[in-house]
Ligand binder design. Structure first.
Ligand code: HCA
Ligand code: CU
Length: 394
């Protein structure tokens, strides 16, 4: 399926800052906003400015920074929150109010008619002040669809620009998400955004089927930060849209590793080695059979070109290695060894239990087993892992 155009919203500074223990400084927020803007997201959800003067200041600075992306402020369905957003010069407000019967009864103590009046009043107020407005019935997918449609249509009459479909607690599966978005589009004719939490690891899949069903924009965060297990990560969502849906885009993919590192540092949450696209292992092959096939033609075991994100393919050297792996790694370092020494090094590697050898460790093992002879070209010792990949890889 070809998807013509989908927008991306980055909510690292709003949803992402709701990750337990995460607290970005103003400087970090400005840096993150600049990078996601350079990456090419369409909307930056910069924060909920009514929460604190610090957040308000950050949202103000971001919306006055001249980014290409439009800036959105998160707001409760309260006029005072809209006033604070207006003070921040944002383009968009994202208003949220839950329409589940349980929430209406226990949390808000309002019936649906009262909730509708309150929400449409705030939508009209924001529109009257020249803002673009997204209204999200929080926990949309667990709310009665009739409640959602009724309020969405009232918001449409009040001039709302988009409705957010939130899977707030990550209960959806891809097919159910498709059906929900399809039905909501059919019954309202409104532009839809999608916001998927990752409680069962299906945030990206659910976001993509929402798009197949006609949603116009996907909410993401860098490294998938957010409440509990977070929401759809920016890197893999964008990559899936580009590679699997063939979507034309202006995204600066080579910025992704840096963006992930900056956010990992600022959030103090490391990037998992297994993370798609940005994780340490994303482009590293291990088993001897895999490596020998990749050395013939990478497409045997690769579906994403590492160069697309400015990374290089690598092969790990541990007990899984075959001889072609060791040959490749030694060649890459420009190290030539006798057959006998090769076998000795290889046997040591096969005996490794809980580790793998980086280039430096490989070089020192070879040096040690060769009786301390310096067989190493000086340049190779300090060369970063995979630095000469492009020239030596088949
Ligand atoms: C929240 C809940 C929210 C809102 C999404 C939105 C969700 O933290 O306030 O306003 O579009 O997951 O429902 O993030
Ligand atoms: Cu959320």
């Amino acid at each position: 399926m070809v998807v013509a155009s989908v927008q991306l919203l980055d909510s690292t500074l709003r949803e992402g800052e709701q990750t337990p223990g995460v607290n970005f400084s103003l400087k970090e927020k400005l840096e993150i906003a600049t990078l996601v803007d350079q990456f090419g997201v369409d909307i930056i959800e910069a924060g909920h400015p009514a929460i604190s003067p610090q957040i308000k200041r950050a949202v103000q600075r971001i919306s006055r920074a001249g980014h290409q992306a439009q800036i959105l402020a998160h707001c409760r369905a309260i006029r005072a929150d809209i006033d604070v957003a207006i003070d921040c010069d944002v383009d968009w407000v994202g208003i949220f109010f839950c329409l589940r019967n349980e929430a209406l009864e226990d949390r808000y103590r309002k019936d649906l008619g009262q909730a509708l009046a309150l929400i449409t009043d705030v939508v009209e107020y924001a529109k009257a002040h020249g803002l673009k407005v997204r209204y999200t019935p929080e926990d949309t997918v667990r709310s009665p669809i009739d409640n959602v449609v009724k309020v969405a249509l009232a918001c449409k009459a009040a001039g709302v620009d988009r409705i957010g479909v939130a899977d707030t607690v990550g209960v959806m599966t891809p097919l159910r998400m498709y059906q929900f978005v399809h039905l909501l589009r059919e019954r309202t004719g409104l532009e839809l955004n999608v916001h998927c939490h990752n409680d069962l690891g299906m945030a990206v899949a659910n976001s993509l089927t929402a798009v197949e069903a006609g949603a116009r924009l996907i909410d993401t965060t860098v490294n998938g930060l957010g409440e509990r297990t977070g929401i759809a990560p920016l890197a893999e969502t964008a990559m899936a849209l580009a590679l699997r849906y063939g979507m034309e885009n202006r995204w600066e993919f080579p910025l992704l590793p840096q963006l992930s590192e900056v956010v990992a540092r600022a959030s103090r949450i490391p990037i998992p080695a297994q993370a798609p696209v940005v994780g340490r292992n994303a482009f590293t092959h291990n088993a001897g059979l895999h490596v020998s096939a990749v050395l013939i033609d990478p497409s045997h075991y690769e579906s994403i070109p590492a160069e697309l994100v400015g990374r290089t393919r690598d092969v790990a050297l541990d007990k899984m290695a075959g001889r072609p792996t060791l040959t490749y790694r030694l060649d890459r370092l420009g190290v030539h060894v006798s057959e006998e020494l090769f076998e000795e090094v290889f046997m040591r590697i096969k005996a490794l239990r809980k580790s793998q050898l980086d280039d430096r460790q490989l070089l020192s093992l070879v040096t040690k087993l060769s009786g301390g002879l310096s067989i190493l070209p000086k340049t190779a010792v300090g060369a970063p892992l995979g630095a000469d990949e492009k020239t030596t890889a088949p």
